[in-house]
Ligand binder design. Structure first.
Ligand SMILES: [Zn+2]
Length: 260
């Protein structure tokens, strides 16, 4: 009997975790006033000349690693030798992991939206301030975490070579124009500790690559689809834009090949 009860409460907990609208019951922080993701209204963003290009360290290397199914996304842990600074960040930040959010059956599943438009997939590269040892520690600092967000756009029907790993590659000193605002982690405990950077230009993805994500499953056995949190109210927060740097930047190269 006792075991059965335990089993039931476990199932309820999983249900809560997979229903973003109920996250406030898991963590009060998820009901906060500076939550993420948000919809970015481009006619309301403010150009900010302090938003200089990033300097990427270690991003030039090519990393291969197995994706970890975390139960709410797939994640690749990153070495702390990967770092970013610049971009009006108040410190140097080291990478800890990246993960993805996507939709269902090739539908749209980004977390952030631009003028109400949702993209098929969104990648988050999560960094913490150099002085911290964990995401939990960095989450106590209102600017302890810096996430770089990239949107994917489906292009054509290419048959990309099958790969079991993700490969990605950056040029080390360039950026494309980006949006900036202060928000939160998009999964519980939704800590309001994130300096968000969302790059405007999209990364191409084939339909086959996107379809590969539909094979993943949540812990409860359900297909891992629509693993995004809906947009949250801005509550007066301003979104900034790194305009005025177009002439200074070159291309960002990012290659992602995913299969199962
Ligand atoms: Zn995320």
């Amino acid at each position: 009997m006792v075991n059965q009860r335990r089993h039931i409460s476990g199932a309820v907990y999983v249900l809560l975790l997979t229903a973003p609208v109920l996250w406030g019951l898991v963590s009060q922080t998820c009901n906060g006033r500076s939550q993420s993701p948000v919809n970015i209204v481009t006619s309301k963003v403010l150009p900010d000349e302090r938003l200089t290009p990033f300097h990427f360290t270690g991003y030039k290397e090519t990393f291969y690693g197995s994706l970890i199914n975390t139960g709410h996304s797939v994640q690749l842990n990153l070495p702390s030798s990967i770092q970013i600074k610049g971009g009006n960040l108040d410190d140097e930040y080291k990478a800890i992991q990246f993960h993805l959010h996507w939709g269902k059956d090739g539908g749209r599943g980004s977390e952030h939206t631009i003028d109400g438009e949702k993209f098929p997939m969104e990648m988050h590269i999560v960094h913490i301030k150099e002085g911290y040892d964990s995401l939990a520690e960095a989450s106590k600092d209102s600017t302890g975490v810096a996430v770089l967000g990239f949107f994917f756009q489906v292009l054509g029907k290419h048959n990309f070579k099958k790969m079991s790993n993700i490969q990605y590659k950056f040029d080390n000193t360039n950026t494309k124009p980006y949006f900036r605002y202060n928000g939160s982690l998009t999964t519980p405990d939704c800590a309001e500790a994130v300096v968000w950077t969302l790059f405007e230009s999209t990364i191409p993805l084939s339909r086959n690559q996107l379809a590969a994500f539909n094979q993943l499953r949540f812990y409860d056995g359900q297909k891992m689809v629509n693993n995004y949190r809906p947009v949250q109210p801005l509550n007066g927060r301003q979104v900034y834009y790194s305009s005025g740097q177009l002439a200074l930047v070159s291309s960002l190269l990012l290659v992602v090949n995913v299969s199962h």
